[in-house]
Design a protein. Structure first.
Length: 480
């Protein structure tokens, strides 16, 4: 898969197009539309039997803001600055400022573009911090209300869910709407697996070979080649090398998320970045009444705002607490967790819980006392938990659920690192030069989401947005 061939070794081209796209998920589909809109002749190679990829398995949540029609219809004010402030603060220690800026400035336009293609969004608000299980649209899909973000940027709901009834159905709908557009915009070749990039003597990427029905074909890409083959969560060897902390977690993606495009780009001399960054979704606080409980580490201390997004909770758990965390509830807020978490202690007092768990006497007691003292005032000075989730836990008996990675099996993961690109999708070398002829978008790249506590909807958001830009840029390079 890591092959790079030289143009001189290609006897004859089987086909020639302006823009060649590898991968038909949301990024590849939008790259095809972007390139075709510039008048380019486009071919899209898809390894599966149809386009869709992980995008079609997704919830179809798209992070848009700055005043979309749905935000306005639901009565929420938002601005480019607020969206930008939140994304700069929440997308990792080295946010790609140029990409964040462009994404926020054009977010309303991008949303309108999707609507123009026929992607449906309902004018409705979903008042929970997890993805709609109905056909509703707009929700707080990140941790906008949690410190430090709420102090840095005015919160607004920006998760726009493609309208489709049920849980995690929006991605399938999105891709089914995009598919006929792609079929008109590009020559689509399915069950076609890109195997090697072809480099000219001047270093430019000028095409690729692909395997179909045991036969290898060579396609010339006159203007550019866009890698949109998705992430690498299914490649255990790569996960072990770059993100070993994710090895015990459940892989979330499609079987072809094996990093092939990232490896091909790297073989051609591309830089990769944020390869250790992965998502840690862990929907443990469900039903949402459990958010009123206290999450503790194995020392009986709080470590996170329980009302923040479950990806942020998962990240704090895996990276800072060794994946060992616990939920304390009292009889007033007790509900059976949807994820079937095991109870590891119960008792009338904190001391009984500490004894049962073998924890330091006074540890849970101190946490509970401090939490209750401020919860009575409707405040959480330590972690800033939302007021509506704050009740004193003073109705014994108490129970402690084990929410650890090992005990639950509900921690999921997908990769966020990949090829280093410019805003235009041009792939960069480690020296910061453009690798001529090569473009990339979507999960094959590192883009806006460089850490888990970013928001749901950024991945399909950036895939569709920067995919389109990459297709446009490749086509324009050919026309220049
Ligand atoms: C259950 C689930 C729910 C999710 N929900 C959301 C959500 O609501 N919002 C959000 O923003 N993100 C969500 N995500 C993440 C999001 O779906 C992905 O990050 C995003 O769709 C990636 O888009 P992509 O176009 O880069 O890759 P993909 O959609 O995976 O597309 C890549 C395509 O490339 C093809 N391919 C791979 N290798 C080759 C090759 N060598 N040659 C040719 N073709 C190849 C694949 O078959 C695939 O079709 C979710 C993920 C999962 C698994």
């Amino acid at each position: 898969v890591t092959a790079i061939l030289s143009e001189a070794d290609i006897g004859a081209w089987d086909e020639a197009v302006d823009v060649l796209i590898a991968g038909g998920g949301c990024a590849g589909a939008c790259a095809a539309l972007g390139a075709a809109a510039e008048g380019a002749e486009v071919m899209l190679l898809e390894r599966g039997m149809e386009i869709g990829g992980t995008s079609a398995l997704s919830g179809g949540v798209i992070y848009c803001g700055g005043g979309t029609a749905v935000q306005r219809a639901c009565g929420f004010e938002d601005s480019v600055d607020a969206m930008r402030g939140y994304l700069i603060a929440s997308t990792g220690c080295g946010p790609d400022v140029a990409k964040v800026d462009r994404y926020c400035e054009d977010s309303v336009g991008h949303f309108n573009w999707l609507v123009g293609l026929g992607v449906p969004f309902k004018d409705s608000y979903w008042p929970y911090n997890y993805e709609p299980t109905t056909d509703d649209c707009l929700y707080y899909s990140g941790s906008e209300f949690s410190p430090p973000y709420c102090d840095l940027a005015r919160p607004a709901p920006r998760g726009h869910t493609v309208q489709a009834w049920g849980s995690c159905k929006g991605g399938g709908k999105l891709m089914s709407v995009l598919a006929p557009h792609v079929a008109r915009a590009a020559k689509l070749v399915t069950e076609a697996r890109i195997r090697a990039l072809i480099r000219a003597s001047d270093g430019r990427i000028v095409g690729a070979t692909f395997l179909r029905d045991d036969k290898t074909y060579a396609v010339r890409a006159r203007a550019g080649l866009v890698v949109a083959t998705g992430g690498f969560v299914m490649n255990r060897e790569m996960i072990g090398r770059y993100a070993p902390q994710a090895l015990p977690l459940k892989m979330l993606g499609n079987p072809y998320d094996d990093g092939s495009g990232i490896l091909l780009g790297a073989a051609a001399g591309a830089a990769t970045i944020n390869m250790g960054a992965v998502m840690y979704p862990c929907p443990i606080l469900s039903p949402s009444g459990l958010i009123r409980g206290i999450l503790m580490n194995a020392k009986g201390q709080r470590f996170v705002d329980e009302s923040s997004n479950h990806k942020r909770i998962g990240e704090s758990s895996v990276l800072a607490q060794g994946g060992k965390i616990y939920l304390l509830v009292d009889s007033q807020i007790y509900e059976d967790p949807a994820m079937g978490l095991p109870i590891v202690a119960s008792g009338e007092t904190a001391r009984e819980l500490e004894d049962e768990l073998g924890w330091t006497p006074g540890s849970i007691g101190a946490t509970l006392d401090l939490y209750n003292r401020y919860a009575r005032e409707g405040r959480d000075p330590l972690f800033g938990k939302g007021r509506e989730h704050l009740v004193p836990l003073d109705h014994p008996p108490y129970a402690v659920f084990d929410c650890s990675v090992e005990a639950t099996g509900v921690y999921l993961t997908m990769t966020l690192g990949g090829l280093m690109t410019r805003v235009t999708g041009e792939v960069m070398t480690p020296e910061g030069e453009v690798l001529p002829g090569l473009y990339a978008a979507g999960r094959a790249t590192s883009c806006l989401s460089a850490q888990s506590c970013g928001s749901s909807g950024l991945q399909v958001g950036e895939g569709t947005f920067f995919g389109r830009l990459a297709g446009q840029a490749a086509a324009r390079a050919g026309a220049a």
